[in-house]
Design a protein around this ligand. Structure first.
Ligand code: 1GP
Length: 249
């Protein structure tokens, strides 16, 4: 069933060519900094805040950060769990993801089974997502025991995305990994776009307008940016990225 957050994202996508999601790692920024950051990025046009990541494992801290951020924003707060510890109350939705190209079944279905009762209990809207790790050497790749899809093999990413669609998943997240040196290529995004008829999220290593524009032109529906801000990137530049992707499809 399509819930409120998914409907909101679809509506946003009708108004804007592509959306900006900002990833906040609850273990990098403290509560105060995270709340302020979320409010600031909402003002410059971000459509959702993601909280989580594969290295965020302190559930108590995450819970506090989520609660704190939620009070100050109107855009959806979506959990982006790296494990069962990423499931906390007070968020609006969760990228209910299967790391489809993991070599460990735990990350494909077991963590999901362990987490599902809490997702229901906390009233989180599950966004059914195929999480595909591209390349190697990142935390998401290592922690998730992923057999990274080679950057230059877009057809493999497209095959996984089509499988995801056949399995009923409405979101695909092409992930190069947080702080990745190389982002997912526009060629891969284009190939997946031709195959996958759902909401296409792309993230990992995006820090400039040019890259962001090329990924959106290739067919990304939303870009996720995290490290750029963690490393002190300016809000002015993020706003330029937001404006560029909202008009460039
Ligand atoms: C990581 O895709 C997200 O899971 C965002 O990547 O931190 O490199 O922006 P960055």
């Amino acid at each position: 069933m399509i819930g409120k957050v998914e409907s909101f994202l679809k509506l946003e996508l009708e108004k804007k060519n592509a959306l900006l999601f900002v990833l906040i790692d609850s273990e990098v920024s403290n509560l105060e900094a995270s709340s302020k950051l979320a409010q600031d990025v909402e003002k410059i046009g971000a459509s959702a805040i993601l909280v989580g990541g594969s290295s965020a494992t302190d559930q108590i801290e995450m819970s506090q950060v989520v609660k704190g951020i939620k009070q100050g924003i109107k855009i959806p707060l979506i959990l982006f769990p790296g494990n069962v510890t990423g499931v906390v109350p007070d968020a609006d939705a969760i990228l209910f993801s299967s790391l489809m190209n993991s070599e460990n079944p735990y990350f494909i279905t077991q963590a999901q089974a362990l987490a599902a009762p809490s997702v229901a209990k906390f009233g989180l809207e599950p966004l059914p997502t195929a999480y595909l790790v591209v390349g190697d050497g990142t935390s998401a790749w290592f922690v998730g025991s992923a057999r990274g899809i080679p950057f230059e093999k877009p057809k493999i990413a497209a095959a996984y995305s089509l499988a995801a669609q056949f399995l009923g998943m409405r979101f695909v997240y092409l992930e190069a990994g947080s702080g990745a040196k190389t982002n997912v290529t526009p060629e891969m995004v284009k190939t997946v776009r031709h195959t996958f008829n759902g909401f296409l999220i792309v993230g990992g290593g995006i820090k400039d307008v040019e890259t962001a524009e090329s990924l959106v032109k290739a067919g990304a529906d939303a870009l996720v940016i995290g490290t750029f801000l963690e490393e002190g990137g300016s809000l002015t530049k993020l706003e330029e990225i937001a404006k560029a992707i909202q008009r460039s499809k």
